[in-house]
Each structure stands twice: as structure tokens, then as C-alpha cells.
Design a protein. Structure first.
Length: 179
């Protein structure tokens, strides 16, 4: 079967909900509820720092008995972010989600957060494309060198924030420290 590949750009949701890391979990949860979204991206002037999902709020606040009005997003966010380019094929995004056990993938273009793509977005777009078990194998086949994978967070060498971290020998290293 011959079909046209689709890119993340075609599926991503534009203008994701963003908040400062110091906002309370309670305020963020209310914003997520008001906007009907399951996650919120934690950002500062330097870029995206992390993501907070409904699961984070349940497991790190509710289940532990913490007060959501006393905890901030920085204390529960998942970081560093695994991101994808809007030009990446949706199979690349799917591989990243499976590899990192995530359901939401921030989309970054030239260090700017431009959207979010979810597992539901990809499944809805690709379910009819899986024509054979070979296609399915190619969709979920994982390797350590997934093209298009970028991570944002703090470099483990210089401790500076970077949107282009790369895993080297199990450590996340920025471009400057790799040189």
C-alpha cells in the first residue's frame, strides 16, 4: 500500500497553554480545566522548562496529600522536555512518545515552542495508514538515535538551560559543552 507520510505540523495543536514555574498547582489545574486541556507547559523567558500533566497533579499532589495551593509547578513538572520538530514525520513523534512513555510532545521550531502533539492526534491520523504488520513494526521500532529528537532542560555539565540537550553517555549535555 502506498500512502503519503504526514508531518507533526499537520497534527499539532497551536498555542499551547503555558505558565510560569512559580504559579500554584491549584491555579494551573483551574486553568487546565477552564481550557479543557490535560497538560500545561512550564516556561520562562529562556524557553520551555517542563510540562505538568493531569497525571503529575494526581500522583505528586493529590495522592501524596499535598496542598495544591501551596505547591508550584516547578516542584512537580517533568523536565527535561522531550520535543519534536514540526517538520518531523508523525512516526518520529510516535517513536519518541513510546520511547519516553509520554502522551504529549511539545513541538519546537528554532528554540520556540509552537505547539503540542498528543498520542490521540497521532493515532487518529495514522490508524488508517497502518496497512500491515510491517508498517506497525516500523511505527513502534525503537532505537537510541531517533532522528528529530531534541530535549530542553538544564545541562548536566554547565547547569545552563538549553533547548538542544543531547544525551551523551547517559548525561544531558548542551551544544556548548559538546564542543
Amino acid at each position: 500500500m502506498n500512502y503519503q507520510r504526514r508531518t507533526v505540523n499537520e497534527l499539532m495543536r497551536l498555542n499551547p497553554i503555558k505558565c510560569d514555574p512559580d504559579i500554584s498547582v491549584l491555579d494551573a489545574a483551574r486553568l487546565m480545566s477552564d481550557k479543557g486541556v490535560g497538560s500545561i507547559l512550564v516556561v520562562q523567558e529562556t524557553g520551555a522548562l517542563g510540562i505538568v500533566t493531569e497525571r503529575d497533579i494526581l500522583s505528586k499532589i493529590v495522592a501524596t496529600g499535598k496542598r495544591p495551593d501551596e505547591a508550584n509547578l516547578a516542584s512537580i513538572m517533568t523536565s527535561p522536555l522531550v520535543t519534536v520538530s514540526p517538520n518531523a514525520d508523525i512516526t518520529v513523534a510516535a517513536k519518541l512518545m513510546v520511547k519516553h512513555n509520554i502522551r504529549r510532545l511539545p513541538v519546537v521550531l528554532e528554540k520556540e515552542l509552537v505547539g503540542v502533539v498528543t498520542d490521540s492526534d497521532i493515532l487518529g491520523a495514522s490508524a488508517h495508514l497502518i496497512a500491515s504488520s510491517e508498517d506497525l513494526k516500523n511505527l513502534i521500532c525503537l532505537d537510541d538515535d531517533t532522528p528529530g529528537e531534541e530535549m530542553a532542560g538544564y545541562c548536566e555539565t554547565c547547569k545552563a538551560f538549553s533547548n538542544r540537550l543531547e544525551s551523551i553517555d547517559g548525561r544531558l549535555i548542551c551544544e556548548e559543552c559538546r564542543e
